[in-house]
Design a protein around this ligand. Sequence first.
Ligand SMILES: [Zn+2]
Length: 233
Amino acid sequence: MDLSKILEYQKRDSEIFKLERQLNNNENKKIYTQMISVVKDAQNQSAALEAQAGQIIASYENLKKSYLDNSKSTGAVAGKNIDSLSVEELSAMENVTQTILNNLSILEKKLLGEAEKVRTVLQEFENAKKRYNLARDKYNSHKQAFDEESKSIQPQIDEKNKELKSLENGIDPSLLAKYKQKRLERIYPVFVPCTDKTCGGCRMELPSASLSILKKDGILECEHCRRIIYSQD
Ligand SMILES: [Zn+2]
């Protein structure tokens, strides 16, 4: 199997790989990528808080309704002419009044509890908003810095890719397809020699079964690093 052309192609590709790595390892890119997830987290938290606020408001409205109903009942009891009531009726009325007052006191406490919950949610909402704004600003400034830096690198990559493309014609299509697939997975170099019965990429020793396949086919995919090993014989 003649690999000279694909190996020449790979050699030319190394400069592109280096430039791509330079872009990918860019500090600004790392930061702005991190900020995307911070912004998403803040958005998710805001949505969760909004749902929580909705529940608290519904529960507050229910409590308020009970409070008003109980208040109305005290009005009805108070409106009765006490002079016309018997002792039993008076005592029953006193019980009713006491029950209503107890209810009102419980409801008041619950309402205060709900108000406190609302305050907490609003505070958390405010914090989430602050985090969102900070992350968004950080994203913008680092994205801008990255774009500025990539302006000088990207044209070089494009130019070299054009040169590389012109080499494709003479290469065995199946080898080229394999190469491109591995390259997409950010594997470089794709083709490595077999040296001393080991993979030239990861130095893993090849079992004798693999060595015989290599001898027969001329190439073999490394089970460990997934590079294409070629025989140097
Ligand atoms: Zn390997």
